[in-house]
Design a protein. Structure first.
Length: 99
């Protein structure tokens, strides 16, 4: 399942399907940014100090989110599993809140 599909599933879970396509896009962007930032925070805890320095240097160039995501997936083997974990946790929390 792709990241975008997971985010759209999140929108459905939260009852946001009644939003216009542009409003849904805003939700996807905001949710994606939050998930990416959380992933970065967790990722630095499993990296060496040299890897953290290299990642920090890259992040400071302020790449577009999709570029940053591609970079961390390419260079850091734990990134994809961490992102999936983050999304799963957010979805579970949302389900709990909506019950």
């Amino acid at each position: 399942m792709t990241f975008t599909t997971q985010v759209k599933n999140m929108a459905t879970l939260m009852g946001l399907v009644h939003l216009s396509p542009s409003e849904q896009e805003i939700f996807v962007d905001e949710f994606g940014e939050m998930a990416l930032e959380t992933t970065l925070v967790r990722l630095v805890h499993v990296l060496t100090s040299e890897q953290v320095a290299a990642l920090t240097e890259f992040v400071e160039t302020k790449p577009e989110p999709h570029i940053l995501l591609g970079h961390i997936f390419t260079h850091y083997s734990d990134a994809e599993s961490i992102l999936k974990e983050v999304i799963t946790e957010i979805q579970e929390d949302a389900r709990d809140v909506l019950r």
